[in-house]
Design a protein around this ligand. Structure first.
Ligand code: SDX
Length: 429
């Protein structure tokens, strides 16, 4: 522990220890604030509240830095595979050749799902949102694996469970898409890569084997790496909170999927495309949308802009923007929505409203454009975000248990009616 922080309440001073993390972030340890002062802190949205100490991911919002276990996102995005990054996030170190081979095999063998589970897909309406299916099915997967209900957070059993989840989330996602599209499901092909197998399960047809293009395989890999973790975001905090009650890993990540679905979080990648399509369709000038985004009376926001932590650029957005251009070039394609997105970014960079509020493109602004270019259907964008975030969710769930964190139970300040007594209906006005 480092410096002391002093809080004075009603003329009485109270000292609290501070703590400095390995990257120089500072906090005041107020775990005993209520015990000694009778007060609690108030921080709706937790903008100034740390929920834990964590060794997994470091985000420096002021300088646009993102590192998984100390490795810069730029290096991992350029040189690693998603399976390597998943291993790094789960175990804290990059795998050696043998470890990677074993990890890949574990994921490979867990790809199929129980045939009884397959039947659930056929009972769903074609309009069922794949994210809703994913959340429900992740809970159901655990019913076919009773051994994972009491998941230890260490050793071989944890590794098997983590690999099982990483593998099956991909199968369930593809099955959800095929079901929602009224198409027959494709069984996983053990001879394909993690991403190649997903693309096969998504797009192969009984009479036409989907040929995985290296450009698309690389684009999916990159997308998943960029989404693999992001410290205490809304869905990861949800996983930790649910897991803190000792709910099993599957129920905890299923809750994470539900939190991710919202348009302010993972659902933003869909909302960005819908916004760009509206802009294109309307033919209105970009300034019309920028003015609406600035108008407090208008609930319209520029989706894909702003971030709770990044008050400078989101490094993921930069990587994605560059990669979308590369993929379009390689496929010799153009995308009008990308042109609109770039122009929108240019406008905001010069607009005081966005400059004063540090509103820059976040990961979701260009990620949907990458998925669109490689042919992923719009209703699967947030599902891919969930597949990418799975290593982060699992690792945070494990870390919360390893640190023996207490059940999450915040306090509140009550502002409702004071004591009053029940009246018979005959006495009520
Ligand atoms: C993700 O947390 C993570 O790490 C998340 C994530 C991850 O990897 O897990 O990075 C993934 O969820 C990225 C964010 C995707 N969401 C969107 O793109 C939705 C659009 N963005 C906003 O709704 C908003 O910026 C949030 C939700 C991202 C952040 O919300 P905050 O931190 O609560 O910010 P705020 O709403 O308090 O906004 C501060 C100011 C306000 O103006 P004032 O009241 O100060 O005048 O900025 C304005 C807001 O009105 N503002 C916007 C805006 N975002 C914020 N104005 C117009 N358009 C926007 N997009």
């Amino acid at each position: 522990m480092d410096e002391i922080a002093t809080i004075t309440i009603d003329g009485k001073s109270y000292n609290f220890e501070t703590f400095v993390g390995t990257e120089g972030e500072r906090c005041i340890d107020i775990q005993h604030l209520r015990d000694v002062t009778g007060c609690i802190t108030l921080d709706p949205g937790f903008g100034s509240t740390g929920s834990c100490l964590s060794n997994i991911t470091f985000v420096d919002g002021a300088n646009g830095i993102l590192r998984y276990r100390g490795y810069p996102i730029e290096e991992l995005a350029e040189r690693a595979s998603f399976v390597e990054v998943a291993y790094l996030i789960l175990y804290g170190e990059l795998p050696n050749r043998t470890q990677l081979l074993n990890f890949r095999n574990q994921i490979r063998v867990h790809a199929p799902i129980h045939t009884n589970l397959e039947h659930h897909f056929s009972g769903l309406p074609h309009t069922a949102p794949p994210m809703a299916i994913l959340s429900a099915m992740l809970n159901l997967v655990s019913c076919f694996h009773p051994e994972v209900l009491e998941v230890p957070t260490t050793g071989e059993e944890f590794g098997q469970t983590a690999s099982l989840l990483l593998s099956k989330v991909r199968t369930v996602a593809a099955f959800a898409y095929r079901t929602a599209s009224g198409k027959p499901i494709n069984q996983p092909n053990p001879n394909l890569t993690y991403c190649g197998n997903f693309l096969h399960m998504m797009f192969s047809d009984p009479y036409v084997e989907y040929k995985v293009s290296p450009i698309i395989d690389k684009a999916i890999n990159l997308f998943l790496i960029l989404h693999a973790d992001h410290e205490q975001n809304c869905s990861t905090t949800t996983v930790r909170v649910v897991g803190s009650s000792r709910a099993n890993l599957f129920s905890s990540v299923a809750a994470g999927v539900s939190a991710l679905m919202g348009p302010l979080h993972g659902g933003a990648n869909v909302a960005v495309i819908e916004m760009l399509q509206d802009i294109k369709r309307s033919g209105k000038p970009l300034q019309y949308y920028i003015d609406r985004a600035k108008d407090k009376k208008d609930e319209f926001r520029l989706m894909g802009f702003g971030h709770r932590v990044y008050k400078n650029f989101d490094p993921r957005a930069r990587i994605l923007k560059k990669h979308v251009d590369e993929v379009l070039g390689a496929l010799n394609l153009k995308d009008e929505l990308l042109d609109i997105a770039k122009e929108l970014e240019e406008h905001t960079l010069k607009d005081q409203y966005f400059i004063e509020r540090n509103l820059y493109p976040n990961v979701d602004f260009y990620s949907g454009l990458l998925l669109r270019v490689i042919g992923i259907p719009l209703n699967m964008y947030t599902v891919l975000f969930a597949i990418g975030r799975m290593p982060g969710w699992i690792s945070h769930w494990k870390e919360m248990h390893d640190h023996q964190q207490r059940i999450s139970r915040p306090r509140q300040i009550y502002t409702g009616p004071i004591l009053r007594h029940f009246q018979q209906i005959s006495d009520r006005l």
